[in-house]
Design a protein around this ligand. Structure first.
Ligand SMILES: [Zn+2]
Length: 348
């Protein structure tokens, strides 16, 4: 019996990443179509991407309605949001900070719920989302090392030197290119192994590899998710970026994102740990993976598989294709979903 329970649990825990995707189009109601129309007038929809000057944040109206309908259906706060505000609701330009949290739910059962949490406020018409994050570096194996993705190695000036070859000792890769970090179907960029306590100097600035690593995440998340009208603040607790009063409130309300890293290139990433995957993110995760996983922290669903979501209009949507990193792939429907939840937030 215990074994049966355990295997049922395994199936249930495994399921979300494997089978979750868009819900049926039959869930789209008139208010979702109306909201999909309204969102196109928001600053964050009409913006030009600060990353690469592209400007298609709107994407497809019908696809946006579909994503919205699925999200509301699966968001534990979805009903309350739709009860509290109509589809034409206009928010004040200045709104005090609130802590927003809830769960989204793939199959209607509690075990597969995924949590989202963030701080939300608005200043002069610009929405500001703050996520406090705490990094947990791999502590199970290879604890003297850290795998990094090639774009970071490139920034550190070691891609063509240290990271071009593999150094082995006792059958174990101890430095440089990680064999098979690409080619296992999970990653698009190779990864490179460096010492956990190394420091690197770039443009006269010397920092610990862990600091370079966390800064790389911060820059990616902030630059890809932010645009005029929607600002993302990724604050790293390890680096003392969160004021102590705020930190106390965040911890009390449990809105900290714990980034738990591993050293296994064969593990497909999950933004949050569960009993099966205590350390669910490979430290050498691709840049697009970081930007995509962050979408889950904001309470956005996967729209997989891309063979299904792309033909419906999801091409270039970061939650449809996890490997489609582009300046405007963080489509306006996402900030729309994130900011409508202000009505169910709790005053800070
Ligand atoms: Zn995902």
């Amino acid at each position: 019996m215990r074994q049966l329970m355990l295997s049922l649990l395994l199936v249930v825990l495994w399921a979300p990443s494997a089978f979750a995707g868009l819900c049926k189009a039959g869930n789209i109601e008139s208010r979702h179509n109306r909201e999909a129309e309204n969102l196109e007038r928001e600053n964050f929809a009409m913006a030009v991407s600060p990353v690469d000057s592209t400007s298609d944040y709107i994407g497809s109206r019908t696809y946006n309605a579909h994503v919205l309908a699925c999200n509301r259906k699966r968001d534990t706060m979805g009903n309350k949001i739709e009860k509290d505000i109509g589809s034409d609701h206009v928010f004040e330009a200045n709104l005090a900070p609130r802590l927003v949290k809830g769960h989204y739910n793939y199959f209607g059962n509690i075990v597969t719920q995924q949590r989202y949490m963030y701080r939300l406020e608005r200043t002069n018409g610009n929405w500001i989302v703050t996520i406090p994050a705490e990094f947990h570096f791999p502590e199970l194996k290879l604890t003297k090392f850290l795998d990094i993705t090639m774009p970071l190695a490139d920034r550190l000036g070691i891609a063509a030197t240290v990271c071009a070859t593999t150094v082995k000792s006792g059958g174990k890769t101890t430095r440089g290119l990680v064999p098979k970090s690409v080619g296992n179907g999970v990653w698009t960029d190779d990864t490179c192994r460096v010492g956990r306590d190394e420091s690197f100097t770039v443009a006269g600035q010397t920092k610990d590899i862990k600091d370079w690593y966390m800064d790389f995440w911060k820059e990616l998340i902030q630059s890809y998710w932010s645009r005029p009208g929607f600002e993302l603040r990724f604050q790293i607790i390890n680096r003392g970026e969160v004021a102590s009063d705020d930190l106390a409130a965040y911890k009390k309300e449990d809105i900290v994102w714990h980034v738990r890293l591993n050293m296994n290139a064969n593990v497909a990433p999950r933004y949050k740990s569960n009993p099966l995957f205590l350390h669910p993110i490979y430290s050498g995760i691709d840049r697009s993976g970081i930007v995509h996983e962050f979408g889950h922290v904001l309470g956005l669903d996967d729209e997989y598989p891309s063979t299904e979501c792309a033909p419906l209009g999801g091409t270039d949507y970061i939650m449809c294709g996890a490997f489609t990193l582009g300046g405007d792939n963080q489509k306006a429907i996402y900030p729309w979903i994130v900011t409508r939840r202000y009505v169910v937030g709790k005053a800070l």
